[in-house]
Ligand binder design. Structure first.
Ligand code: ZN
Length: 221
């Protein structure tokens, strides 16, 4: 019988990792979670929010989906898991920041130019949430893909502002929005700067990105 690797990992966590954080988890159970940050990130396995932000248990309320997309607040009231998480994070948890984090080499963004398998009907519909970010190019090169990934982040920030509870708190100054583009191969997050309308490497940025956000007009190339 082959080794059950996953089972071994679970036991290793219980026996080795958990004891190191047991007290922390105890406090989080006794006093509940109070994360200050809602992190909306792409599902991509190479994006590791805890590593990027140096956070641990109780610090990030996480939502991940293909593309790090935000559904429109359009009164369609469907099974919108991402929308439900946004409402919960803002209204119940009263988070102070919302980060939308896209990344380099995003398969969801690439699929905007290449399509998805016919059977992936939900995926095809979901990807439409990034459609506006796509550029009128048939064969996108690395630069076009990068720009599309970044434009998609800004598009989601704009949609966030359509959520009444988000807009209210951003305008009241109690909630900030952060648009990030993570370049996997560089280990560098580029943050969206509202004033310049561009993404700036964290090494050079003066802030981690705050709103409010007006509709994004890209400067002509
Ligand atoms: Zn992705």
């Amino acid at each position: 019988m082959p080794d059950d690797d996953l089972l071994q990992r679970l036991r290793r966590f219980r026996d080795h990792a958990f004891p190191m954080h047991e007290e922390q988890f105890r406090v989080l159970v006794d006093h509940g979670q109070h994360p200050a940050t809602l992190f909306i990130g792409c599902s991509d396995s190479r994006l590791v929010p805890y590593m990027l932000t140096g956070t641990g248990p109780g610090e990030l309320f996480l939502v991940r989906n293909v593309g790090a997309f935000v559904p429109p607040y359009d009164g369609s009231w469907g099974y919108h898991g991402t929308s439900a998480a946004i409402e919960f994070a803002v209204l119940n948890l009263q988070v102070r920041r919302i980060i939308v984090c896209g990344h380099s080499h995003c398969g969801g963004i690439r699929a905007l130019y290449g399509g998805v398998p016919d059977a992936a009907r939900n995926l095809a519909a979901w990807l439409e949430l990034g459609r506006e970010a796509a550029l009128p190019v048939a064969e996108p090169g690395a630069d076009v893909l990068r720009r599309t990934e970044q434009r998609a982040v800004v598009l989601q920030l704009e949609r966030l502002m359509d959520y009444p509870m988000v807009r209210e708190q951003v305008e009241a100054g109690t909630l900030s929005l952060h648009g990030w583009h993570y370049v996997i191969e560089d280990g560098e997050v580029h943050v969206f700067d509202v004033a310049s309308g561009s993404f700036i490497a964290a090494a050079e940025a003066s802030h981690a990105g705050t709103g409010p956000y007006e509709p994004y007009a890209e400067s002509p190339a």
